[in-house]
Design a protein around this ligand. Structure first.
Ligand code: HEM
Length: 504
């Protein structure tokens, strides 16, 4: 009897502790749409306008959702607080990239910065990037930003209907000159645009079947035409960037003072132990990441101005208080143009050019809000959903720069390091946050201010005098999105403005 009692006295607490432990370690199911038992959501997630699909899902399943693509978990975050916690505070394990077979292994030989897992090569390349993109360095680019934006104004004054050609050329020529210390020629531009368009498509999750079903990489070459295609793209890209980098090296022999990003990398090649090919990729990646995103932001700006003439008028009224028709705007009065700055932020919020950011990849199992998140999960921060969250941004589809005019508690003033990304999430989160945000924003800012100073950006009218409608959802597909061609009229604000441009 005593023995039975003693056993019960011992067993009951042990069982209780076991049961409680088991109960508390049982994690909650991450919400998400019903999955097919074998293929999960593989054939449900569209490869085009995926952000719209996630937007609808988030209304039903909330700010943290899980989907499964060919056995891999995808976590979609729609609340910035969750992204800041996971990708920011827990960035040690949330900063990798999912290995991509097509774009990473064959198209980039595991050397492309944007696709590198979080590790030594990544940190080395990031160090190199910071040389070009840190705020101190960006301060030195003003002359080039002014030269290139003046060139944009001249092109626009000469052929305003061709804005769809001139505007993307602006960031391309700027980053090109910064990278290679020379002007972007017409034939370089065509080649670069082709390479960029391919790449933006190729890194989109789901763009290539082999990245959804890695087993396909075991098939021999004759059954895998995609492999030869990816390798061909790599050769083409290396020919372009390699040629440009080698050309810089040759020019450095004649001119040791030559100042550009590539020259700095050649100078430090030994220190950082970078093979030539890595230099080609670092420079190429900066160019690819910086031009498409900035060009898309500028084109969304034009669309926003056509659709919201009252915002354009307010910005022009602000600019006119600082610069008259005889004075080309520059950076000197940035702090006196807060509405223009708010307008740029609103463009990035209203239509984020990387709507699902670049997916991050989880290196170790984690637990959050009672959910168990598996190692190897792809984590997508839906910047689109964050920017269209009605609680934080009421009437979120409305273009309203005023939302960035009132300083929220804890926010900083002016156009400085912190204020840039403050209040919106268009540059991503954590250790993989966009390293080019300073440069991108400053370049876009000067171009926008100068365009608004010089031109009214108006709707095109049909024969009955009605504005030709613009479809705000008609945009390119891939990881970044920019509007398809749309009608807009650039009308010079006065002959004096054009005179100032042409004589500058
Ligand atoms: C308005 C312009 C720009 C926007 C909206 C933008 C946005 C973004 C976003 C959302 C990401 C992904 C962040 C993440 O993974 O969490 C990113 C990454 C990146 N951006 Fe930008 N960007 C812009 C301009 C630039 C410029 C001008 C450069 C360089 C010249 C640049 C270079 C990069 C690079 C190298 C990455 C990859 C970072 C990594 O993999 O760790 N971006 N950008």
């Amino acid at each position: 009897m005593d023995f039975t009692l003693a056993l019960a006295g011992f067993a009951v607490p042990v069982l209780l502790v076991y049961w409680l432990n088991k109960r508390s370690s049982k994690s909650l199911e991450i919400p998400g749409p019903p999955a097919h038992p074998f293929v999960g959501h593989t054939f449900k997630v569209p490869t085009t306008k995926t952000w719209k699909y996630y937007e609808n899902l988030a209304h039903e399943y909330g700010p943290i959702m899980k989907l499964t693509l060919a056995g891999d978990d995808i976590l979609v975050l729609s609340d910035p607080a969750d992204a800041q916690e996971l990708l920011g505070r827990r960035s040690r394990i949330y900063s990798s990239r999912r290995p991509l077979i097509y774009a990473g292994k064959y198209q980039s030989n595991h050397m492309r910065f944007t696709l590198l897992p979080y590790g030594e090569s990544f940190r080395r390349q990031l160090g190199a990037f910071h040389q070009m993109l840190e705020p101190r360095a960006v301060g030195g680019y003003q002359t080039l930003q002014l030269t290139m934006s003046l060139r944009l104004l001249k092109d626009m004054a000469k052929a305003p209907t061709e804005f769809f050609k001139h505007i993307p050329r602006f960031p391309a020529s700027l980053v090109f000159a910064l990278s290679f210390g020379r002007e972007l020629k017409e034939h370089d531009l065509a080649e670069v645009q082709k390479i960029l368009a391919d790449f933006v498509f190729d890194i989109n999750p789901g763009a290539h079947l082999v990245d959804t079903f890695p087993m396909l990489d075991l098939l021999p070459d004759f059954l895998s035409p995609w492999r030869a295609e990816a390798r061909r793209k790599r050769v083409r890209e290396l020919a372009l960037y390699g040629g440009l980098c080698v050309d810089v090296k040759k020019r450095m022999e004649k001119d040791p003072e030559l100042e550009c990003f590539t020259a700095r990398l050649w100078d430090q090649q030994e220190k950082f132990k970078m093979p030539d090919e890595e230099i080609f990729y670092i420079v190429g990646t900066g160019f690819a990441s910086g031009t498409g995103t900035s060009a898309a932001t500028m084109l969304w700006f034009v669309m926003a101005m056509v659709l919201n003439p009252e915002a354009a008028k307010k910005a022009q009224a602000e600019i006119d208080t600082v610069f008259n028709a005889d004075t080309l705007p520059d950076f000197s009065r940035m702090k006196d143009l807060p509405y223009c700055f708010a307008l740029l932020k609103e463009v990035i919020r209203w239509s984020p050019v990387v709507p699902l950011s670049f997916p991050h990849y989880l290196d170790a199992e984690d637990e959050y809000k009672g959910y168990k998140i598996k190692k190897g999960t792809t984590v997508i921060s839906s910047l689109w959903n964050m920017h269209h969250n009605e609680k934080e941004f009421p009437n979120s589809y409305k273009f309203e720069p005023e939302r960035f005019m009132t300083k929220k508690p804890g926010q900083t003033d002016g156009m400085d390091n912190i204020a840039l990304g403050e209040g919106m999430y268009g540059f991503g989160f954590g250790r993989r946050e966009c390293p080019g945000q300073q440069m991108g924003t400053k370049s876009a800012w000067i171009a926008i201010v100068r365009l608004l100073w010089a031109f009214n950006i108006e709707a095109v009218l049909d024969s009955s005098g009605n504005s030709i409608p613009i479809d705000t959802e008609s945009c390119t597909e891939g990881l970044t999105c920019r509007p398809h061609a749309f009608p807009a009229n650039f009308v010079a604000r006065s002959a004096a403005h054009i005179e100032t441009i042409m004589s500058s």
